[in-house]
Design a protein around this ligand. Structure first.
Ligand code: K1U
Ligand code: ZN
Length: 170
């Protein structure tokens, strides 16, 4: 297994749309294992392949308390979502140190392939629902800060540019 470098916003590669996985092969199983190791090490509760500059539709998630319930979602799709919306504080391994409230559907039904290439469906609520939607956004080239107001995004970009200039001067 291997730890993989995570892209940081505003890297343009975070906005590429990932391609569907054509077949679940050993290469995809190795990618998922490396992504899981990277997510646990970060630490985080999810990771999309886009974040490690691989533009294929693979996501890993583990929202369990003991970090013993890994979910690997290949070609994940939201098949239905609730009208009810919920606001949750989100973070992102690609935007370290930034946390903000995002409103999303409270529950979603998800269809994905597993590591054996079989289709499975499940209902998600709470942090799992938030995380699945956040990771599918990554596969579609969307970073959670793009859900924030124009003013917040402008301030964040200015702050990140300033931090980058300071890093380059040091
Ligand atoms: O996709 C990512 O960047 C991972 C992200 C997932 C996420 C978290 C919270 C709400 C929505 C999506 C993270 O894992 S950020 C780090 C984090 O939340 C965390 C880190 C350590 C322990 C528990 C949570
Ligand atoms: Zn993220």
């Amino acid at each position: 297994m291997a730890l993989l470098p995570i892209l940081h916003f505003p890297d343009k590669r975070l906005h590429k749309v990932a391609k569907p996985v054509a077949a679940v092969t050993d290469r995809i199983r190795k990618l998922a294992a490396d992504m899981a190791e990277t997510m646990y090490d970060a630490p985080g509760v999810g990771l999309a392949a886009t974040q490690i500059d691989v533009h294929e539709r693979v996501v890993v998630i583990d929202v369990s308390e003991n970090k013993d319930d890994l979910m690997v979602l290949i070609n994940p799709e939201i098949v239905s979502l609730s009208d009810e919306q919920k606001t949750h504080e989100e973070g992102c391994l690609s935007v370290p140190g930034v946390y903000d409230e995002v409103e999303r559907p409270a529950t979603v039904r998800v269809r994905a392939l597993n590591l054996e290439g079989e289709v499975h469906e499940f209902d998600a609520e709470g942090l799992l629902a938030v995380c699945v939607q956040h990771e599918i956004d990554h596969l579609n080239g969307k970073v959670f800060v793009q859900h924030l107001s124009y003013l917040k995004q402008t301030r964040l970009k200015a702050r990140l540019r300033k931090e980058q200039r300071e890093l380059e001067r040091a």
